[in-house]
Design a protein around this ligand. Sequence first.
Ligand SMILES: *Cc1c(COP(=O)(O)O)cnc(C)c1O
Length: 424
Amino acid sequence: MNELLSPAHATALDAADPLRHLRGQFLFPQHQGADQAYFVGNSLGLQPRGAQAMVQEVMDLWARIAVEGHFTGPTHWMNYHRLVRDALARVVGAQPVEVVAMNTLSVNLHLMMVSFYRPTRERPAILMEAGAFPTDRHAVEAQIRFHGFDPATDLIEVQPDQTNGTLSMAAVEQALAEHGRRVALVLWPGVQYRTGQAFDLDAITRLARAHGANIGFDLAHSVGNMPLALHDVAPDFAVWCHYKYLNGGPGAVAGCFVHERHARDTTLPRFAGWWGHEQATRFRMAPEFVPELGAEGWQLSNPPVLGLAPLRASLELFDQAGMQALRAKSLRLTGYLETLVRARLSSVLQIITPAEPERRGCQLSLRVAGGREQGRSLFEYLQSVGVLGDWREPDVIRISPTPMYNRYRDVLRFVEEVEAWAGP
Ligand SMILES: *Cc1c(COP(=O)(O)O)cnc(C)c1O
């Protein structure tokens, strides 16, 4: 066992890592002349080296040919959103017609609920997890009120039923058995942002549909973290952002999935805009709205080209690596973190993320013994030595080793610094 915990072992694991070359494709914040140990890809992914050139290309075209940039060259702006479409579809396991990069996550969530949350007197409710990311709860509550219903009775929140605040499938089953007749929409996360718990999307989709409810996913912490198969799992919709594991940059344009079975449905209510109009006839500028096939039919505005540019560089790397290979490394890398935390830090840190690899992505959420004050002290110490995790009140540090650019040695470094803080 001791040998497995040694620096030599971490170095050997890095040397044997088939994805080790990817790290060099990213820019790392520096600490005293060395790369930070950066474990915050769950919050803001690092900048791919290729991103600047993608942005610069747009700036240069704008300077040189201005409006002609809409129509000129292979990366013309009129179809700029399509430059990321196929690679995105591969990352989320969808058909190209099912995905679009547009807006931001919260906006897309509202747009999707306009189409897929259709409450009636008999079926007015939305079912979601308790403790969801705040924007999801705000959006759901706002939609319920917008339709003239009451969140006090029509927002059903499933409480965590397991120690550590995680939630079993049995709890979801039970909630649907109890309330299913009244549920119009189930909205569920892929990976819970606080606990790092990953859910069985296939099982939840089947459950929701068996109860006659629509089903949508918030995949903010899943996309680029775990392989997805959205087409086969077949929810009605999914939304996600691109600045976390997808490394698209701060405020990056977000993603949206609408299943193919809705691709040609012109009867769905939607908040339309001119960019969602059928592309072939868009510039006839006629008054009637004819939606473009698939997810693109939900676009409102012409694509924010500068906001999309960095994503092209990142998606090239996802294509190079492939989600299966990334996941294979991720299982080993996070497993290594888990082994070290259990063997060396058990008096300081308690892992609240599920232990089963299929019930988590790369993130481990670590509760600091001794409560908030100890937790803040450790967190600030780690920052001061160039080891970056992130903090969740009241006493949790999230550490997300991403297979794209983290090394086994980074993980070891985290463990050694926690030991240095804790003392003998
Ligand atoms: C990060 C995150 C968001 C962020 O929403 P934005 O609209 O991009 O600001 C929303 N939901 C979840 C679950 C998240 O993790």
